[in-house]
Structure formats: structure tokens, C-alpha cells
Design a binder for this molecule. Structure first.
Ligand SMILES: Cc1ncc(C[n+]2csc(CCOP(=O)(O)OP(=O)(O)O)c2C)c(N)n1
Ligand SMILES: [Mg+2]
Length: 309
């Protein structure tokens, strides 16, 4: 018996078994396996198509019979119920959900909302009703902090007849907020609402939830052991904007209305918002895929379970 070999030139030596039966060369075996896999794949694709057709037929039946609308209304009701406690609370500092409710009530219906990144943007995405096309500009999946103010300046220049409102976190504002100098020079009647919670709260909450309370790093701004807050309204005034700070959520709507009425130049509202869990937590609607190291075994197990794969 000689052994089968695939030569460098691709030539295959075929062995004979002692009984004289022909043994397959490794290339032939590989070919057979690939052929079988291909045929399995084709069967699966055919089944997938079959189920897709069934699903589409069921969905259109649900739309035609009105069941889909009923289901959507029910989901919407559940969502509103879930949001209600954080939307209606008078807790100080105010929750983002409450701020969004007050902002929506005070903003003209056709105003353009420009969001930045982090919790203010993600919560607006999930919680803030948008009534018409082209009235919400977002940073998209890249979600780079600092998008909001420059994008809002562009939107206000592009749509001089509409009110543009930027909604920005303090950490995001500190990246590009100095561009308000340009808005002041151009007398743009832009409104900027900054939710100031003294830190990079979304990242802080992530650090706490995934790694533990003792693993906050640089996100919970402090100076001399005390919480640190940038004086955002003062900074805006120094650049030539009108500005006010609001601490009580019941006063936010009136402040936004004043800002919208003031068409002589940019107005900034600094709304002091929650920096501690659970008040600072956004309502999760998806999965932020941040790996938990194996040495945090309990947290990791929970993470893997919630991730679902
Ligand atoms: C350019 C860039 N750097 C870092 C990040 C990561 N990041 C996402 S949210 C966030 C914190 C933003 O803080 P803030 O705007 O104050 O919102 P908060 O989470 O406090 O509500 C950071 C640093 C990012 N999205 N983009
Ligand atoms: Mg912040």
C-alpha cells in the first residue's frame, strides 16, 4: 500500500487498498464534502425562501385585516406606560425624559430638532415625537459627540424660515460648543438646549453596569472631590449668546418659549439634569455590545444571557 499525496503541482497520487479497492484521495474526499455542504446550503436557502413567503403573506394579511395596527397601538401603549414614571417625575435634577416632554410641548410643531450623541440623542430618538419629514437631524450610528451645535448652525442657515433647536449633552457641548461664536456673529436665531449633568453619564452608567460601582474612570466629573459642572450658560454668554440656566423642570417650557420668541440671535438654555442612576438611565431598547471580561464572571454571565448569543 502506498499513501495518497497531493503534490505541490496539484497532482494527486491515488492509493490502492490491500484488498484492491480504490481509496479516495484527500482532494476527492474534500470535493465530496464540499459537494454535500453545497447541497445542504441550497436546501436551506429554498426553505428560507419558503418561510419568507409565508411570513410576508401573514404580515400582509395582518395589515389587511387591521391586526397589525392593533398590535402597533398596543406596543405603543406599553411603551408610553413604561416611560410615564420618568416623564412625569418632578425629581431634581430633572430626568432627560421629563426635559424632553417639556421641550416638545414648547417647541413649534414644525421646528427642526438636531440631536448630538449619547443619552440626550438616544432618548430623543426613542421618546421625542417628530411630526413631519425633515424635522429631525441625527448624528447616525457613528454618534460622534460634538455633532449637534455645528449641525444645528448648518440647519438654521439652510432653513431660515424654521426654528432649529439643538439638544446636546454637556460633554458633547464641550467638544464644539464654541462654534456658537459663529451663530452669534451671524445673528442666527438658533436655540440650543444643553442637558448638563456634569459628566459623560452614558459612559459612566455603562462602566457601573458592566464593571461595577468602583470602576468609574474619568466619566464622573469631579474637582477636589466635589461634582464638577462646566458653567455652560456663562460660556454661551461670553460668546455673544443670550443664555439662561433652568433647574426646575416646570420652568423649562417657558424658557424654551422665550428662546423661540427671541429671533435676534442664538439663545442657549442650560437645563440641569440627573447624574445618578436610576434617574440618569435611558430606557434601553437595544443592545450595546460592550464585552465584559471573563474575570467578572457573574456580570459576564448576565451580559451573555441578555445579549442572547
Ligand atoms: C468623538 C467621540 N468620542 C467619544 C465618544 C463616546 N461617547 C459616547 S457618549 C459620551 C458621553 C457624552 O456625554 P454628554 O454629552 O454629557 O451626555 P451624557 O451621557 O452625560 O448624557 C462619549 C464620551 C463618542 N461617541 N464620540
Ligand atoms: Mg453629560
Amino acid at each position: 500500500m502506498t499513501s495518497a499525496a497531493l503534490g505541490r503541482d496539484g497532482a494527486v497520487a491515488v492509493d490502492e487498498t490491500p484488498e484492491g479497492g480504490r481509496r479516495l484521495s484527500s482532494a476527492e474526499r474534500r470535493r465530496q464534502i464540499l459537494q454535500a455542504a453545497k447541497s445542504d446550503y441550497e436546501t436551506l436557502r429554498a426553505q428560507q425562501k419558503h418561510f419568507e413567503d409565508l411570513l410576508a403573506a401573514t404580515e400582509s394579511e395582518m395589515v389587511e385585516t387591521g391586526q397589525a395596527a392593533v398590535k402597533l397601538q398596543d406596543l405603543q401603549r406599553q411603551w408610553e406606560e413604561h416611560l410615564a414614571p420618568m416623564r412625569t417625575t418632578d425629581h431634581l435634577p430633572m430626568t432627560n425624559s421629563r426635559a424632553l416632554v417639556e421641550l416638545r410641548k414648547a417647541m413649534p410643531r414644525d421646528a427642526i430638532l438636531v440631536t448630538d450623541s449619547s443619552n440626550p440623542a438616544n432618548q430623543a430618538f426613542n421618546e421625542f415625537p417628530i411630526y413631519g419629514p425633515k424635522t429631525n437631524i441625527v448624528a447616525g450610528g457613528m454618534s460622534g459627540i460634538g455633532f449637534g451645535v455645528p449641525a444645528a448652525i448648518g440647519a438654521q442657515l439652510g432653513e431660515p424660515g424654521k426654528q432649529v433647536v439643538a439638544l446636546v449633552g454637556d460633554g458633547s457641548f464641550l467638544q464644539t460648543g464654541t462654534e456658537l461664536a459663529l451663530a452669534a456673529m451671524l445673528d442666527l436665531p438658533l436655540v440650543v438646549v444643553v442637558l448638563n449633568n456634569g459628566g459623560w453619564e452614558a459612559i459612566k452608567d455603562l462602566q457601573i453596569n458592566l464593571f461595577g460601582e468602583d470602576r468609574k474612570v474619568s466619566t464622573d466629573w469631579q474637582r477636589g472631590g466635589e461634582p464638577y459642572f462646566a458653567q455652560i450658560a456663562d460660556l454661551a454668554r461670553s460668546l455673544g449668546c443670550e443664555a439662561e440656566r433652568v433647574e426646575d423642570p416646570t420652568e423649562l417650557g417657558a424658557a424654551v418659549k422665550r428662546a423661540v420668541e427671541n429671533q435676534s440671535g442664538p439663545v442657549l438654555i442650560e437645563a440641569m439634569s440627573s447624574r445618578e442612576l436610576p434617574w440618569s438611565e435611558m430606557h434601553p431598547t437595544g443592545w450595546w455590545d460592550i464585552t465584559v471580561p471573563a474575570y467578572l464572571s457573574n456580570t459576564r454571565e448576565e451580559y451573555v444571557e441578555k445579549r442572547g448569543f
